[in-house]
Design a protein around this ligand. Sequence first.
Ligand SMILES: [Fe+2]
Length: 409
Amino acid sequence: MKKTLPVDMLLIGMKVVGLDKSWIETSFLSHTFTIRSEKDIEKLQRNGVRTVTVEIEDPPAAVPKKTDDASLDPSPGSRPIVLAELPETAPGKIRHIQSLREETIRLLTRSFQQARIQSIIPSQEIRSHVRETVTFLLQNPSAINLLSDIHDNDDETYVHSANTMLLAAGFAIRHQMQESECVQWGLAALLHDIGKIKIPDSILKKPGPLDLAEWEIMRQHPVFGFQILRKNPDSDIHGLPAQVAVEHHERQNGTGYPHRIGLDLVHPVSRSLMVLDIFEALTANRVYRSRVSHQKVIHYLINEYADRVSVPVILELASMVGIFPVGTFLETEDGEIWMILGYEDIEKYEGKVTILDLFGPGRKLRDRPKKRTLPRINPESIARTHDYRSLGLNQEHWESLLKGTRESP
Ligand SMILES: [Fe+2]
């Protein structure tokens, strides 16, 4: 049910579906979003919004209780996202994520073994577990940026799938998706590599690079995954997860596999998941190499891999883990948009940071954008990141701004 409310009657957790101002008159990228904190209400007021249209479901939004058997009911349906932080300490949150992750690995180990022997997976159990994880992250949004710090040396495929599921659920929550969509993202991430159960251990666990013939076999895992998941009678499994399983190694310009289709033809979830997949794989410990830092992986993705995967997804992931690469546009809580021009230590994104203060509140281009040097970027003060295209700039403008040869687009 839709209802129009004055801004000062908004509550955290309500889903906004319309404002009393046109899109161009506000600094909001979209007029459909969920109120995540008081800051969102203040931002609406700063933009001169007086009334908003909200979508209200029955029962009205309330803080979800800690999951119990009833809330793990696998029946489909979507509940509004309610982001109300529970009073749990950061170490407590890390412990909780670690235990969810260990539970995920146990469940995956069992499920993949069952799939190998009987060709079936316990889909209800898997869905309940993903739902429990999403519920925890919804109750603890600040835990989302801790998700990338949970690696160790357990069995690679299970750990990778569990970690990717956590990243995907966090990513979906940051996009303010409905809870049911976050669960779908988590399910797709958890099962994206299930096709590896058909790859011999001699290849899967080889402690070193694969030769060409081994790669040919390894490259079949997306199709194997699709075949396994497509057969499942549960629509939550044979739908999106099957599609993501077959698409997660496709790349821009047909440089991926198995079907060599470009990014435009793959599902948006596959487009995001492929970046999370690479990030998780490179930042994790592996039997043949140790983990690479988040900064280095983001630097690599931006500078070496941006022609193969989605740049906006890389930037969104970077901001999720608190990194803002050079060339990124940051929108502050006050509605200003800065472009990152450089860091003291350019590869680690550390030290003083130089920014170009490009847009004022309401996305008004400054007459004379100014360079400023800040001691650091506080991720908590950043509302969202942009890529140059979403701000209406073309690549030439963006590059010239980066080089400092122009003061405005
Ligand atoms: Fe894969």
